[in-house]
Design a binder for this molecule. Structure first.
Ligand SMILES: NC(=O)c1ccc[n+]([C@@H]2O[C@H](COP(=O)([O-])OP(=O)(O)OC[C@H]3O[C@@H](n4cnc5c(N)ncnc54)[C@H](OP(=O)(O)O)[C@@H]3O)[C@@H](O)[C@H]2O)c1
Length: 284
């Protein structure tokens, strides 16, 4: 099967490149980023999708803070372009695997979010990602939507790399302990997408995927420092010590039961995957 991957210079896109090189991959992958295929260009998307059996959309407007001032641009990439991909998938009878976010939910409650829970985004990024989900489901194309959270990898910008950089130059850091969720190593998510692509007639639905376990950003930062052998002291602090235009969910743990059981996945605990990522960063 021919598989079109969009946004492939990003964190997840880069990990999809690794998945594609696995010896067991029987698919032909076409990797594109905005220079080769701007997904906001509907005609270009239709053309690029000709003959493909699946599209994996790793492209997005992911700057949560900047989205508050640039919601129109974020909507164009996260919603209008998602609709373009859905139209192209429909025209080809292809499966669209689209990646969304925990930010479609508000931050209330303290039970892991299942796929059927009501959405209520707190900010522009979440609104535009939810609009993308709705456009895809309304299109009638074959689709799988995977909501993920706290994505990090050896590629691009992310919390792990930011912490490592700050820890190398500061004796101490304050990190919020009143926002709880689960990190996701992009390599694990890409492997899960690889499994879905190898599944005959995969069940079309919305799924949640992150690593297993629960932590606050503070716990995550402490683990990053310990695994990297950093002497930097990490102190817990409240979110209101970092004033931001964006209200972030206080509780954002995704329930992975559905994707785990549907695709028989073994999902690593966040600490195990963090250890792996830090070792990769230290050896690179
Ligand atoms: N990062 C997170 O913490 C997080 C959390 C939850 C969900 N997600 C979701 O997970 C998915 C993957 O995220 P990620 O962190 O891998 O994203 P990323 O690293 O920001 O990569 C996104 C890629 O899409 C490209 N892109 C932007 N506009 C495009 C366009 N019009 N046409 C084609 N490509 C375009 C970007 O290029 P430029 O860099 O040049 O703009 C970038 O290479 C996204 O759907 C995101 O919403 C991410």
């Amino acid at each position: 099967m021919k598989i079109l991957v969009t946004g492939s210079n990003g964190q997840l896109g880069n990990e999809m490149r690794r998945v594609a090189t696995k010896a067991c991959s029987v698919h032909e992958f076409i990797f594109t980023d905005v220079a080769e295929l701007d997904i906001t260009n509907a005609a270009a998307v239709l053309e690029a999708a000709k003959g493909v059996g699946a599209i994996v959309n790793c492209a997005a407007y992911t700057n949560v803070d900047a989205a508050e001032d640039n919601e129109e641009t974020a909507h164009l990439i996260n919603a209008t372009a998602a609709a373009n991909l859905a139209a192209a998938a429909k025209a080809e009878g292809a499966l669209l695997i689209h990646v969304s976010t925990d930010y479609v939910f508000g931050g209330d409650g303290n039970t892991p979010r299942t796929e059927d829970m009501p959405t209520s985004p707190l900010g522009a990024y979440g609104r535009t990602k939810l609009a993308g989900e709705l456009a895809i489901t309304a299109s009638g194309c074959r689709n799988i939507i995977i909501r993920t959270a706290w994505l990090y990898s050896i590629h691009g910008k992310n919390f792990v790399k930011t912490m490592l950089s700050l820890m190398s130059s500061r004796p101490a850091l304050n990190v919020v302990f009143d926002q709880v969720g689960t990190p996701t190593y992009a390599g694990d998510l890409a492997d899960a997408i690889g499994t879905i692509l190898s599944t005959p007639d995969p069940a079309e639905s919305v799924y949640h995927y992150s690593n297993e376990g629960v932590c606050s950003w503070y716990d995550f930062a402490v683990a990053i420092g310990q695994l990297a052998g950093s002497p930097c002291v990490v102190n817990p602090c409240h979110s209101n010590e970092f004033p931001s235009k964006v209200e972030r969910p206080a509780f954002s743990v995704l329930d992975k039961t559905k994707i785990r059981t549907t695709f028989n996945l073994t999902i690593p605990h966040w600490y195990t995957s963090l250890k792996h990522c830090i070792a990769m960063l230290q050896n690179s």
